[in-house]
Design a protein. Structure first.
Length: 352
């Protein structure tokens, strides 16, 4: 009989006990090195579960970790060796190959999805602690024709990045275009050569761009209306695909001071944007972008500490926003994770 572990989590300021078997912790685990707590090194992608648990891609270690209520970080995938192995077995014993832009998403049932970019695959960490490939590893370049996900070949390094869960619980994958994963099949959504904006296109922004696609789609998120926002392309611009299928350009980073490397959905239906001169801001479903005041960010870390340009952003169920950056990105001289509460107060969660 499978043994379930009782864990205590800090959710919206309250300690909550859960008897659910959590990703990365298995009843079959006997070695103390499995699911061990580690010192975080290089935080990259962030995601928060429906229970308020923060997950982090640690790119330097080739590991996925989660933050415990004690403040320590526990490994949920990756044995620390760069490579590929482990499907069908414990995720904490698997070899993975991730980098700073490897996407991360958590389903409502606790399944954690990540872009194992170096291996050209999207993999899942199941609630029982096992790891599986759900897309990639094949020989067919995905396009507008639906194909079995395991036959897909995601191409050049840096192509497989953005991951997002739709309001209906489906996984969306950002690569040379955006694809929807349903019952093991990849379905084209937007991007590749089938998407083009003519030179006279007028969207929300005053400086529309013309590009055949946004390869790669670095970051994906859904707003409260169910519209899909896509950040990517050579100009790091922001696009929107509405529920009705319309595709429109919203803003270009070079023209408006954005840099849409980081986006996350908030419980109220808004989307948090982070990056560039734009700083930390809300994107409202109406198309309006407004700044999020967080003046304490500049005092938490030694200068230069431009934490308004987080490499990744995630929003908890209680509205708290998490930002991260590392010492190698030129924006700050330390690696750190910061939380901005719904009231706008900044709290240092972790720093190197």
């Amino acid at each position: 009989m499978q043994r379930f572990l009782v864990k205590t989590w800090l959710v919206a300021g309250m300690l909550v006990a859960s008897s659910t078997l959590l990703p990365g912790v298995s009843s079959a685990s006997k070695s103390t090195s499995r699911g061990a707590t580690v010192a975080l090194k290089t935080p990259a992608a962030l995601a928060v579960s429906s229970k308020g648990v923060l997950y982090v891609v640690d790119a330097s270690r080739d590991q996925i970790v989660r933050r415990l209520s004690s403040g320590r970080f526990q490994v949920v995938a990756g044995d620390g060796r760069r490579g590929f192995s482990g499907d069908g077995h414990l995720a904490i014993d698997a070899e993975i190959s991730i980098n700073q832009r490897s996407g991360l998403a958590v389903a409502v049932n606790g399944t954690v999805y990540f872009a194992d970019e170096g291996n050209g695959r999207v993999r899942e960490i199941l609630p029982n602690g096992d790891i599986e490939t759900v897309a990639g590893g094949g020989s067919e370049t995905p396009g507008t024709i639906s194909i079995p996900a395991l036959r897909a070949r995601f191409g050049a390094l840096d192509q497989l990045n953005g991951l997002a869960m739709s309001p209906g619980g489906e996984l969306y994958i950002g690569a040379n275009g955006v694809y929807r994963l349903v019952s093991g099949v990849l379905h084209w959504v937007v991007g590749t050569d089938a998407t083009g904006l003519n030179k006279g296109f007028k969207g929300y922004g005053s400086s529309p761009v013309f590009q055949k696609d946004f390869d790669p789609a670095y970051t994906l998120v859904f707003d409260g209306k169910g519209d899909l926002l896509v950040g990517g392309g050579n100009t790091w611009s922001l696009y929107e695909r509405t529920v009705g299928g319309a595709f429109r350009f919203i803003q270009e980073d070079r023209a408006q001071g954005g840099y849409y490397a980081a986006m996350a959905a908030a419980p109220d239906g808004n989307v948090v944007l982070a990056g560039g001169a734009l700083g930390l801001a809300w994107f409202h479903p109406s198309g309006v972008i407004t700044a999020i005041p967080a003046s304490e960010l500049s005092t938490l870390l030694p200068p230069p500490s431009h934490f308004t340009v987080g490499e990744s952003v995630a929003v908890a169920p209680n509205g708290a926003v998490y930002l991260d950056a590392d010492a190698n990105n030129g924006f700050t001289n330390v690696s750190a994770i910061v939380q901005v509460t719904s009231a706008g107060h900044a709290v240092l969660v972790w720093k190197s």
